[in-house]
Design a protein around this ligand. Structure first.
Ligand SMILES: N[C@@H](CCC(=O)N[C@@H](CS)C(=O)NCC(=O)O)C(=O)O
Length: 250
């Protein structure tokens, strides 16, 4: 729950513990998914990539990698946490939610969280980069596109197999592994990768799509319907490619 929510006008809330720095991207939605689902109060700074706010010295003090998301926990000496997987893990431990206590279920949750951080995110990220940023900026690279789209499909097939007979990645509970994976896997349209025949994966998307807090989280700080194939992508594609044009070097 965003502490500065205009609906709460006239009902001021105490300063929340968690301050989130984020943008409307696959990684940026992950902590929002947790905070909304756990009903944790937080406030938020939108980081504008067009202004390179993620590279500002004050921001680099919080996240030396110069990327979003990042959180600061005011109740823990302004402790900063970067890397979206570490942020989800920190929040899960702090609030005792979405990370099972049972050692095997906990390990399975962390295995699938790492699978997203080390596989799905980087590979889908490159599939998106070469098709949605490099190509429209004049750097067409069919070899790279094939490599990353094939790898994306392979990883989505691994998820599909894992979800055979399971509602959630760690088994019977919705966890931080699902929260980390959903915004990436669900953006298969933006990665121009087919999910045809991946019925378990599509059923998992349906389960997540049906959660009200998931729907809400995907509008914070801003909705990006083109990621999910829910909007004409052409205008957004132009705007997005232009935002990163200076990064595309020959
Ligand atoms: N491994 C990092 C990746 C973070 C990341 O790549 N964030 C992107 C947005 S999804 C970003 O900040 N991009 C801006 C930039 O590259 O300057 C994480 O999971 O937090």
């Amino acid at each position: 729950m965003i502490a500065s929510d205009p609906c709460l006008k006239g009902h001021p809330m105490p300063t929340p513990d968690i301050h989130l720095y984020t943008a409307a991207t696959m990684n940026g939605y992950k902590p929002v998914l947790f905070l909304e689902e756990a009903d944790v109060p937080y406030d938020l700074t939108f980081i504008d990539f067009a202004k390179k706010e993620q590279k500002a010295p004050e921001f680099l003090n919080l996240n030396p990698n110069g990327r979003i998301p990042t959180i600061v926990d005011r109740s823990n000496g302004d402790f900063a946490v970067f890397e979206s997987g570490a942020i989800l893990w920190y929040l899960a431990e702090k609030y005792g939610q979405f990370l099972p206590d049972d050692p095997k279920a906990r390990s399975e949750t962390l295995q699938w969280l790492m699978f997203q951080m080390g596989g799905i995110g980087p590979m889908m990220g490159q599939a998106m980069y070469f098709q949605r940023i490099a190509a429209p900026n004049g750097q067409e690279n069919p070899f790279a596109i094939k490599r990353y789209v094939d790898e994306t499909r392979r990883l989505l097939e691994v998820l599909n197999t894992r979800l055979d007979g399971r509602a959630w990645l760690a088994g019977d509970q919705y966890t931080i592994a699902d929260m980390a994976t959903y915004p990436w896997a669900r953006a298969y349209v933006w990665a121009k990768t087919s999910v045809d025949g991946l019925d378990n994966l599509q059923a998992w998307f349906d389960r997540l799509d049906a959660r009200p807090m998931v729907q809400k989280a995907l509008t914070i700080p801003k909705a990006q319907p083109a990621f999910w194939g829910q909007a004409d992508e052409s205008e957004f594609l132009k705007e997005n490619a232009a935002r990163f044009s200076s990064d595309v070097k020959s």
